[in-house]
Design a protein around this ligand. Structure first.
Ligand SMILES: Nc1nc(O)c(N)c(N[C@@H]2O[C@H](COP(=O)(O)O)[C@@H](O)[C@H]2O)n1
Ligand SMILES: [Fe+2]
Length: 230
């Protein structure tokens, strides 16, 4: 078997070859008329892939299923157990075929946040060191709002003709999670996002979208640096 050149390419520390970056989003979820149903998966994959290009860690693609709270019905999601089992199976496959020992999971869908409580079990069943990176969720603002629209513009996945209809929350109830009363009562962050879209509507700013991406990508690279020190 050939001797692999671990120092080839833009690699500063050959230890990055033990580190994988994988995206976790949602592929089947309404984001108003201006953004596609796989917006979260494409945003997460972009962050994960760009970070892997910059730091040399392995890009492991994107997890297929996604979880969502029952009271937020805007797409097709699986149970938390099903998602957890799929993540364990996928990461074990990366470990087996790519000799990965540490992973950064880049989460780009708010509904996946409860998976953080299962991280200890995922680490236990894969024997991997894992960092769960939610940066983009904490900075992008409301669901299908100005943050996601601006990132959609950067990715070229936005339908500009539908922008004028995006904030018609009585028709597109998922925008800002406007129509999910129970979720708004349970989570002040969701209530804040809904109010923002109801009162201020939405806008697209490509430079803002690029800044959101750069900030998220920088935090993933920082996570890789942390894993290199383990
Ligand atoms: N979809 C969703 N489910 C939850 O359980 C949430 N807490 C949130 N949070 C809010 O929605 C935004 C996420 O939208 P995407 O999932 O990225 O499309 C997030 O920024 C919070 O405002 N969302
Ligand atoms: Fe989402």
């Amino acid at each position: 078997m050939a001797e692999l050149r671990y120092r080839a390419g833009n690699v500063r520390n050959p230890g990055v070859h033990k580190i994988g970056i994988i995206a976790l989003g949602s592929h089947l979820e309404n984001h108003g008329p201006a953004l596609p149903i796989d917006t979260d998966a494409k945003i997460g994959a972009h962050i994960a892939f760009q970070a892997s290009l910059r730091c040399g860690a392995k890009f492991l693609g994107v997890i297929f299923p996604a979880y969502e709270l029952d009271e937020i019905d805007h797409g097709v999601h699986v149970s938390l157990d099903t998602l957890k089992e799929n993540v364990i199976e996928t990461l074990n496959s990366a470990k087996k075929f790519l000799d990965i020992e540490k992973v950064v999971i880049v989460n780009s869908h708010g509904g996946n946040l409860p998976l953080m409580t299962e991280l200890w079990e995922i680490e236990d069943k894969t024997d991997l060191s894992i960092i769960f990176n939610n940066k983009i969720i904490s900075t992008e603002g409301p669901h299908a709002g100005s943050g996601e629209l601006s990132m959609g513009k950067v990715l070229g996945i936005l339908n500009e003709d539908e922008l004028k209809n995006q904030a018609d929350v009585n028709k597109y109830v998922e925008v800002g999670l406007h129509g999910f009363k129970q979720a708004r009562e349970n989570d002040p962050n969701i209530e804040e996002g809904a109010r923002d879209v109801e009162e201020n509507g939405v806008y697209v700013d490509e430079e803002y979208g690029q800044q959101l991406f750069n900030l998220a990508i920088d935090t993933v690279i920082f996570d890789v640096e942390k894993l290199l020190d383990f």
